[in-house]
Design a protein around this ligand. Sequence first.
Ligand code: F6P
Length: 324
Amino acid sequence: MDKDFKIGLLTSGGDSPGMNPCIRAVVRAASVNNAQVLGVKDGFEGLINGEFHPLGVRDVGGILQRGGTILQTRRSTRFLEPHYQREAIRNMNSMGMDGLIVAGGNGSLSGAHALAEQGVKVVAIPASIDNDVWGTNMAIGVDTAMNTIMEAVDKLRDTAASHGRAFLIETMGRDCGYLAVMAGIVCGAEMVLIPEVAVTVKEVATAVEDAYRRGKTHAIIIVAEGASVKTTELAAALDAEDVGFTTRVTILGHIQRGGSPTAFDRMLAARLGIKAVQALLASESDVMVGLQGREVELIPLAEVTTRSRTASQEYIAMAHMLAR
Ligand code: F6P
């Protein structure tokens, strides 16, 4: 144990529910190991601007149940430039920072890797609702977002069924169909459209019409934001084709990123946060802590940042099989 060890901590990219319990876990695990935490405001922007604030155990009280991130987050395009990375390293050195913990999604993990390649000791934590990070079964925030989607789709089904309509419901996820496929399974959607499987408007219209012929009283179609067909264009096309149902569109949007983290996300945040501190104090660097099976493992960032996770074929098949 090193009494003087100073850990920088930042949250970056899109916020995800569970970042706050993760911050709490890092600060308290550090304290147990006599290390100090310097919170970095606004993600990598704060590293460039030198916005560091000491975080003590009392500073992270009462945040466990709160969505968002008390450290705040930004999408920093400046940090992609070597010039700004150098400024960030200079600021970290001037504060006597011995290591950095970065919590975020794929872009943030690339930023963490870039710093590690320049000699900064960095451990990363996957936190993004998209679940597109390689090397972890689940990222922090996915489970909460999934539950938010489920609650919304259940409500939309009530009105869809009452009016005999088809609802196109758009989920987030960038280029990954994980949230949409899972929503398809847990909400019993008639159809799921995801980036991993290209479809045409015509194919969707035929499938919806077929569902109408088979006697479906309404239809729920989950459209991932990165799908090959655009939600509003698809709605217009379905109405124009007369597929049996009239259509309505709901874009769930950023509501998926907010809210109190679920028990699963709080637990994951606690486990990954503690492991990240332990890894840094054990002189690990350029790694991500990830959930593999039931265990938390260290995965090289070089591997994480060169691969990306897509929706699993097994789940895609399940969603399809159950939509009879
Ligand atoms: O990565 C999380 C995410 O919510 C994606 O699902 C979405 O494409 C993107 O962020 C939206 O980003 P912003 O909040 O910057 O509009």
